[in-house]
Design a protein around this ligand. Structure first.
Ligand code: THU
Length: 162
């Protein structure tokens, strides 16, 4: 038996002003996307914005449904919309933020497991990391690659014999 340890580093910022100009703009687009959220059931509104290699920013928001498994998260809306509009363009960064109707969010929203799996698929496909920026007015978390959010990932390498 042996034990292995996994760790990764991420950055924490106290203010949006500490981010680069392109990241500040991206976060602002994610904040705007929150207003498009359709979340009558959870009353939890999430916005995301993807920065593409061609400079375009594609927004996404969560969209809920009476049949709860049909709901889609803001992150996947932004990723799938990017892939639909710009199928061959790399996604460089994804900013995410959220607002709840009934309480104050102290921590930034963090992508769910399904969105992490999708993020990793996109990184694998494009052979380029996607930087994930989690924004909240109290602090901002920045992770260099979505892959760090899904250790021991089930990716395409697991489908083949090596
Ligand atoms: N949600 C997102 O859109 N992104 C996340 O990172 C976490 C959760 C949505 C799904 C659902 O509409 C609501 O937030 C509550 O889970």
């Amino acid at each position: 038996m042996r034990t292995e340890k996994l760790e990764f580093k991420y950055n924490i910022y106290n203010s949006i002003d500490e981010l680069s100009k392109d990241e500040q703009e991206l976060v602002k687009k994610a904040i705007l996307a929150v207003d498009n959220s359709y979340a009558p059931y959870s009353q939890f509104h999430v916005g995301a914005a993807a920065l593409l290699e061609n400079g375009e920013i594609v927004q996404g928001n969560n969209i809920e449904n009476t049949v709860s498994p049909v709901c889609i998260c803001a992150e996947r809306t932004a990723l799938f919309s990017s892939a639909a509009q710009y199928p061959d363009t790399k996604i460089l960064k994804l900013a995410i933020t959220a607002k709840a109707d009934n309480f104050e969010l102290e921590e930034p929203a963090s992508p769910c497991g399904s969105c992490r799996q999708v993020l990793v698929e996109f990184e694998t496909k494009q052979q380029h990391p996607i930087k994930v920026i989690l924004y909240n007015k109290n602090h901002i978390i920045s992770i260099e690659s979505a892959r760090y959010l899904l250790p021991l990932t089930f990716d395409e390498t697991r489908l083949k014999k090596h």
